[in-house]
Design a protein around this ligand. Sequence first.
Ligand code: ADE
Length: 229
Amino acid sequence: MTKLAIMGAMEEEIEPLLAHFGEAKITEYAHNKYYEVTYNGLDIVIAYSKIGKVFASLTASTMIQKFGCDTLLFSGVAGGINPALKIGDLIIADKLCQHDLDITAFGHPHGFVPGGKILIETTKQLREVAVEVANENNINVIEGTIATGDQFVHSEERKDFIQKTFNADALEMEGASVAVVCDSLNIPFFILRAISDTADGGADIDFDEFLKSSAKNSADYLVKIINKL
Ligand code: ADE
């Protein structure tokens, strides 16, 4: 690894990382800010994309193609689907899908377009390092499927559809688009989330209350993983 990309979607998701890594060189590009630091001999570029799949794809592509990053780590929050996941708990994506990608009108399954795949697997080697770090530090984390879509999910009905259709454990708004970019460009990648809400009625209230604390849980664990890379 020569250059590491670390992404979040929202400022709150990268703020604890920027605080940890200290002074950064800031480059403005494509209506965004990219923070470059050196840490433990690693060159790291940090950015938050803004919310949603389009902005996340742009940022991931920029970090890889403009800044030359060769590994990408994502840290942030998610809505929990698996009842074992409580607010603040951590989930590592072993695979991701796009729950709102829909050309079922033409007989295709949900989440599929020709030339793509419904589920994209994350890099096994990075997951293994993360699990080792969790075991060493008594951190409770599960591995599972994360479903991504350009929707803040706040209803039992939509949550149930995503659970039943994709067998997803958590949902958010960026991960699968980052997975498409990294998978297409052959870049090892890792998606970590901490639960901020349970994606049902009241999710908006919980999200506002727990965004910062859950984002910090995710970022603190990610730093421990980076220390091991
Ligand atoms: N990220 C965190 N909570 C979410 C939710 N309920 N829907 C979509 N993305 C989220």
